[in-house]
Design a protein around this ligand. Structure first.
Ligand SMILES: [Zn+2]
Length: 378
């Protein structure tokens, strides 16, 4: 493929490291166009959002009145899920069960935040501790596969664990902290591919060494069709219906619970920090901060020049990366040399393994036509 000339959007900070990005004659990218044309016109955090949220809350309360909980919220300790837990309990008056997943990588600050929120709100917390030897095998398989998105095992397992638990315990309503305010620009799938079980299994089959009998999995079919239509599960995103900004949320959480922010959006785990800040940037040249900052720029929470300034520096320091690398190698039982050797092998993409990419892309197209999915997908 011919190499494109470098270009960065004149309105956000997405650039040609997203190989499919398109620019108009003014240099504005298609993520921005999508935001102004598809997301913004139907995203209401005023009276209209409030009315919709009230309707959802009364439905949740009505349908769950004979149950122990109204809804379940997956709590990572990050700002979105923490704020959602607070808002659901204190403002919406819902009976919430909090749910967390211990994949073996959580940083103390995340664990402490989870504790502070749980105690501060007086809620119950259910934690699933993931089978470490299987988790390790899956994560090593992913490194060996040479794909960019090394967080898929963790992401998938956290997601599957929560949804499987909710269905098993007949909790119909799942509230998620997903929101346009901080995530309206989606990373292209060449950076971060989908939560695709077919691909996870194929990569593990090729590079794994043991059977995965204890990890929670959940296919797209199970989640989108079986759980929704046969088990009646509903997933709501309250943060899209209220005025929600990162800065205000952090302030509220800090004041009420002494909650502490992380250095970067997803830096709640050592693994995520290393993968996003080092593997993805050094090996592939993909910097997830671009999508995150662009979301904040479009929603007027960050100045574009300030974002460009921050992007001049790597996401985290070489010294911290090397410290994390030692820790990660030790935990995964490989030597640093072995790891660096892995890092120098040929880059691969989701197209090099079995996947449900075609089906997912079709489903997303349909969801966009129906107005369920408004973010760019490619
Ligand atoms: Zn743009």
């Amino acid at each position: 493929m011919e190499k494109r000339e470098y270009q960065v959007c004149s309105n956000c900070v997405m650039d040609t490291t997203d190989s499919q990005i398109k620019f108009d004659e003014k240099g504005m990218c298609d993520h921005c166009h999508n935001f102004y044309e598809n997301i913004l016109p139907s995203w209401h955090t005023d009276e209209r959002g409030k009315a919709k949220l009230e309707k959802q809350v009364s439905e949740i309360k009505r349908k769950s009145k004979n149950k122990e909980y109204d809804c379940i919220i997956g709590l990572s300790g990050g700002v979105d899920s923490s704020y959602l837990a607070y808002y659901a309990k204190e403002v919406l008056g819902l009976r919430v069960l909090l749910y967390s997943v211990d994949t073996g990588w959580n940083l103390n600050v995340a664990v402490e935040n989870v504790e502070k929120i749980t105690k501060g709100l007086g809620l119950e917390l259910c934690t699933e501790i993931i089978n470490w030897s299987e988790m390790k095998d899956l994560q090593l398989a992913f490194f060996k596969s040479q794909v960019p998105y090394q967080d898929i095992p963790q992401d998938h397992i956290i997601f599957a664990s929560l949804y499987n638990y909710a269905v098993k315990h007949k909790i119909k309503y799942v509230l998620t902290g997903g929101n346009y305010s901080t995530e309206c620009v989606r990373e292209p799938i060449e950076w971060v591919y989908q939560n695709d079980l077919k691909q996870i299994k194929d990569i593990h089959k090729k590079f794994g060494t043991k059977k995965l009998n204890n990890l929670p999995f959940c296919s797209m079919f199970k989640y989108k069709i079986y759980y929704r239509f046969f088990k009646g599960m509903k997933v709501y995103r309250p943060l899209d219906l209220i005025p929600y900004t990162k800065e205000d949320a952090i302030k509220t959480l800090n004041e009420k619970f002494n909650w502490q922010p992380y250095a970067n959006k997803h830096f709640e785990s050592v693994f995520t920090r290393f993968y996003e800040g080092y593997w993805l940037v050094k090996k592939f040249g993909f910097d997830k901060r671009r999508a995150h900052f662009s979301s904040l720029i479009l929603t007027k929470q960050l100045d574009r020049n300030k974002a460009l300034e921050i992007l001049k520096n790597p996401p985290y320091s070489e010294a911290q990366a090397m410290e994390d690398l030692e820790y990660i190698c030790k935990k995964l039982s490989i030597s640093k040399d072995e790891f660096l050797n892995l890092m120098n092998q040929e880059n691969k993409s989701y197209k090099d393994y079995k996947s449900s990419a075609k089906m997912i892309s079709l489903a997303v197209k349909l969801a966009r036509v129906l107005g369920i999915e408004k973010r760019q997908y490619r």
